[in-house]
Design a protein around this ligand. Sequence first.
Ligand SMILES: [Zn+2]
Length: 405
Amino acid sequence: MRGTNRRLWLGRVGAAVAAGALTEAVPGCAQIKSPEGAGKRKLDLSEFQPKSMLHVPETKVTRARYPVIDFHTHLSFRATSINGVGLGDKLEFLATPETVLPVMDRKNIRIMVNLTGSSGHGLNEAIEKFQRPHPNRFVTFTEPLWDQSDRSDYRKIQVDAIESANRAGARGLKVLKTLGLYLRERVTEGPLVKIDDQRFDSMWEACGSFKMPVAIHVSDPEAFFLRTDRFNERFEELNNHPDWSFHGKDFPSNTDLLEARNRVLARHPKTQFILLHVGNDAENLPYVSECLDRFPNTSVELGARIGELGRQPRMSRKFFDRYQDRVLFGTDAVPNGTDTPQQIFGDALYEIYYRFLETEDEYFDYAPAPVPPQGRWRIYGIGLPENILRKIYSANAARLLGLPA
Ligand SMILES: [Zn+2]
């Protein structure tokens, strides 16, 4: 309430008090028994689940129009992590090929890229489980050896690890937001290590020379860097996941993180970088466009950001048009997850992505959940034409992964 409305409201309360119309006080507020306020009830935000009364077309897209490469999935995660830093090689598996292949077949998903394939023995296990028995359906990425990053010979160890991962069959490197937000000088303690720290230069270069694209997650939504209060558009999400807030403490600002990333992109022009989550600034497509223009060695991926793209459909449509050769389909899908509805691997998730990309449906949920999990809004489809759909769904990813189109 602001301006005239607020003054009007205060005026009415004043009048009501004068008339003796206030009932017993609830802490911080009072129920007004005046004609205007009569029967007003309080509703907890978490219980508010409004059903849209719009009569608009609803298209069910059960299958993608063209075969899909989901560039961003997590079929495994490092089993041990301390203060946000994954340690050791050991993996925990969230699915088996037998559990995910039927969904892939139903949804027309040709390939799933398991980004979090760890390193060493863990990586070998991930490859043996998924990629070896189904070489045309699964791709595996390796991850940096964060727990060795404080060693004086780290550069060499890391380059050797990239080389052996490549030999084992890994097709790229995944960098979680660990870099910039969790990794510290003594791995889990001390000051935060900068994204453009020179100890990683030889790793980025090695990826370039082995033609292994780097799928990099830097920073997070802009709202995660603001106070979790009533003005924060992602209040409920941050309230549900307080550890996702990077406000305060010794966290760098969102801008500092993205600028450090940009220095890495500039220093390694022969390495291909896929900026996950629409460069993690889908709220600011002009800035993402600027980065794509500045750095020809970059592409973006869509995972968990159709909520952002779909609430600015006209801007998004132009973005897809302009960068149609540099946008990759991805979902950030996690099998068996429950606390992040926008990422639960399954039919419902893919149908929403396909609806967003293929139709011009209006005002629908961006996640299969009773309350929109990333912010209280709904999205609009952008109805991409065939030629762009083909590129986004698989051609762009196939080119970067060195796979047949
Ligand atoms: Zn992810």
